[in-house]
Design a protein around this ligand. Structure first.
Ligand code: HEC
Length: 125
């Protein structure tokens, strides 16, 4: 009986892990905590505003520093917004620093959440 319960619990936990990232639930809080203090409308650094509607500023929108789109749905490796979280952007014709500036890089699981969200189509979900 206890074993069955443990098995069921494991199934619940792993399905929660495998849950698809949601933009509103998973990505926006990361942006609000680590990015919007510099990427606000008006004084948006790098010409990018990530508040109050980051999705519309990112998905399908050209980046200023590079020839890439900020977010190309389905393709994290050609999404400048994702690339700036793992390197400066130089390798894809961009420039500047790794984001977030003046802070440690995002945690691996946060970067992975963003990567998966883009890979799964960058939905407004
Ligand atoms: C301390 C201020 C600061 C923080 C925090 C910050 N940025 Fe930036 N961001 C900048 C500046 C300044 C630039 C332009 C110079 C550069 O790229 O280094 C920039 C440029 C960018 C660009 C390139 C824009 C373009 O159109 O080419 C992206 C994408 C970006 N930031 C994403 C983020 C993300 C995502 C976060 C949070 C994880 C973040 N930034 C946190 C200041 C900041």
């Amino acid at each position: 009986m206890i074993r069955l319960f443990a098995l069921a619990l494991t199934a619940v936990i792993s399905s929660a892990h495998a849950q698809d990232p949601s933009f509103e639930r998973d990505v926006v809080p990361i942006l609000n905590n680590y990015c919007v203090m510099c990427h606000l409308p008006g004084g948006a650094q790098g010409g990018l505003s990530l508040y109050p509607d980051a999705w519309s500023e990112l998905v399908g929108i050209p980046s200023k520093q590079s020839p890439l789109l900020q977010v190309e749905p389905g393709s994290p490796e050609s999404s400048y917004f994702y690339i700036k979280l793992i390197e400066t952007g130089e390798s894809v014709g961009g420039s500047g620093q790794l984001m977030p500036i003046q802070q440690p890089p995002l945690a691996q699981d946060q970067i992975e959440t963003i990567r998966l969200w883009i890979e799964q189509g960058a939905l407004r979900n």
